[in-house]
Design a binder for this molecule. Structure first.
Ligand SMILES: [Zn+2]
Length: 133
């Protein structure tokens, strides 16, 4: 992946994870990843329209997944290039809530309300840096 595409992804995301909205400056240790929405394993391309910025937690939990399961049904994960974040998610204080089945399954698969992640948001809240605009 070339440097210009990488720079575009970072700028387009305004240095926020496009799944959980954490800002790189608020992340604990790891640099955010330029993530393939459709993984190379599933023949996803390196084109900018298949890339997003993701924090390490979201990206590692997502892996090559394209969908998740609620009950006996399979639903597609949120696609930051094709879908609007606010249509699929909202904040209940520091808990991320899926408003749609896609939102719900994405919260579940990406483990977005893991205790350490909620605790980080609580700390950011008390510092006045959460929720994001
Ligand atoms: Zn994230």
């Amino acid at each position: 992946m070339d440097a210009a595409v990488r720079a575009l992804v970072w700028k387009r995301a305004a240095h926020r994870c496009e799944y959980c909205q954490l800002h790189q400056l608020d992340a604990d240790f790891f640099s955010f990843h330029v993530e393939h929405i459709v993984a190379k394993q599933h023949f996803g391309s390196d084109d900018a329209d298949n890339l997003c910025l993701a924090c390490a937690e979201c990206n590692l939990a997502k892996g090559p997944n394209l969908s998740g399961r609620i009950g006996n049904r399979i639903y597609p994960l949120f696609d930051p290039r094709k879908q609007k974040w606010k249509r699929h998610f909202h904040w209940d204080h520091t808990i991320l809530v899926g408003k749609t089945l896609t939102g719900r399954v994405t919260v579940q698969v990406l483990n977005m309300n893991a205790p350490a992640r909620v605790m980080l948001r609580e700390n950011l809240f008390f510092e006045g840096r959460f929720p994001p605009d």
